[in-house]
Write a protein that binds this ligand. Structure first.
Ligand SMILES: [Zn+2]
Length: 373
């Protein structure tokens, strides 16, 4: 994450309750012989999970929440008892996600039979995709559904409407004259994807709203702790760790026709570098930033429109002034543009100006030509 989440970020209570229910079920499944109501808690959530079944709604053909729990139960019965105990133990022992991030173990559930793992995965996806929207569960969670949680998440005094992973995009546009229920919302990203880590599918600290580019275009189902070459790696814990103070921007080939921006890291700490590399790999940070700054003359023209060198120099140092937290949280790309102008302010601006003046006069000649033509 470019910026960590605000410490007062509200937990989504529906996930808190569903996560508790999942743990309750795994515990009861250790010794109970047959699938039944006693595997679920005697709360409104347990009742809602039990009653959400195709057996109770004959118009439905697909399995519902209870049916998915049943499939997992049947598979757990085929495991040896110590495996059922171990599954419950593993889930209990890994509820603190910050410690999981510092000592990640991607093979946490490898002791399960593949069929059991698959049934767990199917249940996890259903809890997240469908069960969370059951009205009795929303009622039990104090009435806050995912739309109201999203609005609470992005208020200006907490996280703002900006994607914390990249700082480049809004979470979702805010529309006037539209109620909370009908506002567009960002998707919630499973930091630990539910297909590989079903035990965290409804863990409240594992779900974070991200922009569409980060979530859908860049991250997809990439594993935070396993690189493409299957080596283990580290990742920033979104609630307490952030990348922004380790990012270095440089302008290469200043005097060339096409100077370019390069992103690198200004730390020699190997774990921190691993986290930064993961962040870059997951969200394609370097490619996106270097792509945004691919035409520096255009950037200067759009941001400053200088008429002479004095104006150019003055505007750059003005844009390099310290930037407030509230701007970083509300304005897309603010962090990256500020970084860019700080670099430009610190280098040989004359060389840059000479080159860009050349480009400007070419553009004017072109303009004259069009007028004359
Ligand atoms: Zn993003």
């Amino acid at each position: 994450m470019l910026f960590k989440l605000h410490p007062d970020t509200p937990k989504f209570q529906v996930f808190v309750l569903l996560n508790q229910e999942l743990i309750y079920f795994l515990n009861k499944s250790i010794n109970q012989q047959r699938f039944g109501r006693r595997l679920f808690s005697y709360t409104r959530v347990g009742k809602a999970c039990w009653e959400n079944s195709k057996a109770n709604d004959l118009s439905v053909k697909n399995d519902l929440t209870r049916d998915k729990f049943q499939k997992l139960f049947e598979n757990l019965k085929r495991e040896i008892e110590t495996n059922r105990q171990q599954l419950h133990r593993v889930v209990i022992d890994n509820q603190d996600l910050s410690s999981f991030f510092s000592t990640p173990d991607p093979a946490l559930l490898s002791f399960l039979r593949p069929e059991t793992f698959k049934a767990f995965k199917v249940l996890a996806a259903h809890l997240y995709g469908a069960t969370k929207d059951l009205q009795p569960i929303i009622d039990a969670a104090g009435g806050a559904n995912i739309h109201s949680h999203f609005e609470a998440f992005r208020i200006d005094t907490l996280n703002g409407n900006i994607c914390k992973a990249c700082g480049m995009e809004k979470l979702a546009p805010f529309r006037a004259n539209i109620g909370i229920e009908n506002q567009w919302r960002a998707d919630y990203d499973h930091q630990l994807c539910k297909s590989k880590y079903p035990l965290f599918a409804v863990h409240p600290d594992n779900l974070i709203p991200l922009c569409d580019v980060c979530n859908q275009d860049a991250k997809k189902a990439k594993d935070l702790f396993v690189a493409e070459d299957t080596s283990l790696r580290y990742s920033f814990y979104p609630f307490s760790e952030e990348a922004h103070s380790y990012v270095l921007l440089e302008i290469d080939n200043l005097k060339d026709p096409n100077p370019s921006v390069k992103v690198s890291w200004n730390t020699s700490d190997s774990i921190c570098i691993s986290k930064l590399d993961t962040w870059d790999n997951i969200y394609e940070i370097k490619n996106r930033v270097e792509g945004e700054f691919r035409n520096l003359d255009q950037i200067i023209e759009n941001e400053i429109q200088p008429e002479n060198y004095t104006e150019f120099e003055h505007e750059i140092s003005r844009k390099a002034r310290a930037i407030s937290d509230s701007i970083l949280k509300s304005k897309t790309w603010a962090y990256w543009y500020h970084k860019f102008f700080c670099v430009l302010d610190s280098i040989d601006k004359d060389a840059f100006w000479e080159r860009s003046k050349f480009v400007q006069s070419m553009a004017m000649d072109g303009g004259d030509y069009i007028l004359l033509g």
